[in-house]
Ligand binder design. Sequence first.
Ligand code: GDP
Ligand code: IMO
Ligand code: MG
Length: 428
Amino acid sequence: MPNVVIVGSQWGDEGKGKIVDFLSRKADIVARYQGGHNAGHTVVINDDKYILHLIPSGILYKNKICVIGNGVVVDPLSLIKEINGLRERGIKLGKNLFLSKNAHLIMPYHVAIDKERERLRGKKMIGTTGRGIGPAYVDKMARTGIRVADLLQPLVFKEKLKANLFDINFLLKNLYKVPCFNVEDIFSEYMAYAEKLSEYIADTDILINKMISKNKNVLLEGAQGTLLDIDHGTYPYVTSSSPVAGGACTGLGIGPTKITNVLGIVKAYTTRVGSGPFPTEITGSLGNKLREKGGEYGATTGRPRRCGWLDMVILRHSARINGFTGIAITKLDILDDIDVIKICTSYTYKGKLYKEFPKEINIFEECKPVYQEIKGWNSSTIGIRDFNMLPRAAKAYIKKIEKLLGVEVQLISTGQRRDQLIQIKKQF
Ligand code: GDP
Ligand code: IMO
Ligand code: MG
């Protein structure tokens, strides 16, 4: 019966994949609602590591229906490679995977435009994943996008492609001064993808609403995080979709009245990949220590993640925008040997105190964090599965977060593996 949205509460990579995998055991259907293969969701089962990019993290369990919703932008080759990669590792894929007809396709020219726009931004680059995500969403909003359903209608596909290349080749040639694309080349490439993907293409809005009306357990998997949201993030240093809980409704075709729980995923500290403001960033040796211990390297691009202290200002914003009914705290174990742990509770800028994050990006960039300090616990929490077994100072850290946020902590992750987790409240 519960319909649970999983949302990143920071700048992505909070450990959503691990939590989605854990909750999938009791779910009937797991659905991605936005983003694309810019996402990298890691699941570790015993000694096996899987990184999911487009396919929901529920796929590793047998007999779960997995949906790639209309709000996702799909690079067909990336999806085919992911399907093949999972099959090679013995994961069954077939009647359990559904791809929305209304999802938009990432085209080769989106990747070219993404790269050229970043190049021209120079020092002001966003640090995108270079996967064509932004330009694909631009075309969607400009109503020139090509959708998954078009793969099944070659003539319609070709007409749209021709019309798009008319503009885009002009841009590539005259502004960016890079090679143009050829209609026939892309057409034959994408028709070959269509053959491989046709068995998965479906009216996923109908499917998911049927599951909801049958009182099934529904898990909705957000990618990225609230501070990367196109509306509610640190614009323009964001992605081009809506990772927030509201995005689950538009990105799948579910009425807001059907969502019962919103679980915010909170890393016990903060990370960010790419450019943009990050008031609690730790530079120097402590930052490096967190990066190495936490394995903070991008699951998609391998880029080092910037690391910093927990920031309650952005978390309060996240809780408000998403309406969290609970949070899961991940990577607690990474703080095991830190003597003094800091929590940012507000910012200052030019002598003024900011309890909420300023929407003016230039002010946010200059904000200085105001910290509370907490004693570290200096002992291992790895693999602990009972809250009472945590060191006293670790319990105090969790309780402090709960109090400062005003949202119940329902899960605590204490390691990479599926079973390294404390469940305080059940979602299903
Ligand atoms: P996602 O994008 O939100 O799914 O997160 P990523 O998979 O990009 O990054 C999270 C990383 O932290 C992955 O390598 C996970 O295996 C790992 N991870 C998740 N939870 C924990 C935890 O509680 N402890 C430790 N040590 N690692 C964790
Ligand atoms: P998951 O789902 C962390 C960041 C990029 C860049 C910005 C825009 O694994 O948490 P894009 O290619 O989307 O146009 O890049 O967003 N970004 C992520 N950062 N985790 C992600 O996904 C991200 N997906 C995009 O680094 O700063
Ligand atoms: Mg990730």
